[in-house]
Design a protein around this ligand. Sequence first.
Ligand code: UGA
Length: 452
Amino acid sequence: MSTITVTGAGYVGLVTGACFADLGNTVTCLDIDEARIAGLNRGILPIYEPGLKELVDRNRESGRLRFTTDYQDACRGTEFVFIAVNTPSGQEGEADMGQVRSAVESLARVVSGRVIVVNKSTMPIGTGDWVASILERLGPPDLQFAVVSNPEFLREGAAIADFQRPDRVVLGSTDVAAARRVAQLYAPLAPGDVLITDLRTAEMIKYASNAFLATKISFINEIASICEKLGGDVKTVARGMGLDKRIGTAFLDAGLGYGGSCFPKDVKALAHMAAVNGCHPQLLRAVMEINRDARRSVMWKLRQRLGSLEDRLIGILGLSFKPNTDDLRESPALEIIHLLRAEGARLQLYDPVAMDKARRIIKGVEFCEDAYAAAAGAEALVLVTDWNEFKQLDMARLKAAMAYPLFIDGRNIHDPEQLRRVGFEYYGVGRGQSPEAGNGRVTRPTQVRATV
Ligand code: UGA
């Protein structure tokens, strides 16, 4: 069993720390945010991730997992230090490395003897060498270190399963023996493949993987918008394409585009790195542009049917960037809400999990206790996040609550025919139909119906 320190008690750090502790290692999670560490020491998690609280509680109680803000204390005698701090987008789209710099500088002041530093967060190509140069410069003379890039491939909402059953473990280092020692940490999980590479290749594998998945999403969203003009159902098109094993069905769900803390930031950062190094990342730029347009298509559909959105009452189902998380970062819902409010629409919002976070950042809207309340009196309902709960709604009850039954299914989770049978005017994304201009045809309700 090993002694591991994880710096950064955010989503990547907590999942990594708790999962390694669960494998029997002794893990210390370190963060400079005192309130966060105090909360964790009382069993309060700063994020919602299915199964994580149970894992943290179990390992904290067994003494294998602890939390601290003290670098000295956290790094004493440790064999591995995982860097899992944030690398947010800077002003030009570059990855802001301020937190990594300060974590590595703090580390260099307290480590001694032999240590393997593992870069876990998504870090620009070349970071491994840069981290090594900081340790070289600031570390004590007796320090023997190796830097290993071990990118994470954890999806929010499924992070624990992704950690415990990895398709692959990627390890990049100039020190192959160190990379093998990190590989040993994952051995009990029997990962599909363990790939040992040089540092820069490992760093690029992470960016290229996220950029490729984002490209698949933008590709299918472009096909969806063509289907809206020419006919054809994008869901069936994606299935038909995906049955070809070379293509695969994953990440071909057309919708309102990708959000979250990873794809938008990483595609932007890769494009930035490419551009400042003399490349022309045209494909990556198109991926970002299509993603922006995917969100905005909702506005066009609503305007087509309702005309001016001034004073229109619109219900929004789902706020988080995807289901099973309360994460609102880069959520399509935030942009759509912003655009709707700018056009004077009145909004009723509902999300199964993200309401508390949403209340802190979205003002001037009504937060509702369920989907039916968000639909009450509305002239349109926009489904933004594909929560399971929204697949099981009583559609007749939902329709009865609305003033006008316009349903924009931004994630294609409903069957168009079934919804039309219930009486909805239904538009999905790329489902062979484009909303015709209905200005004036959709009448403004004279009185808002009570509710359900
Ligand atoms: C993503 C990657 O999937 C992880 O492998 C990676 O480790 C992580 O980023 C990261 O870099 O940390 P995550 O951001 O949690 O994970 O979310 P995904 O499940 O990949 O979804 C991203 C976005 O794409 C969501 O907004 C989702 O709604 C959207 N999406 C996904 C689609 O619009 N269509 C699809 O077919 C799939």
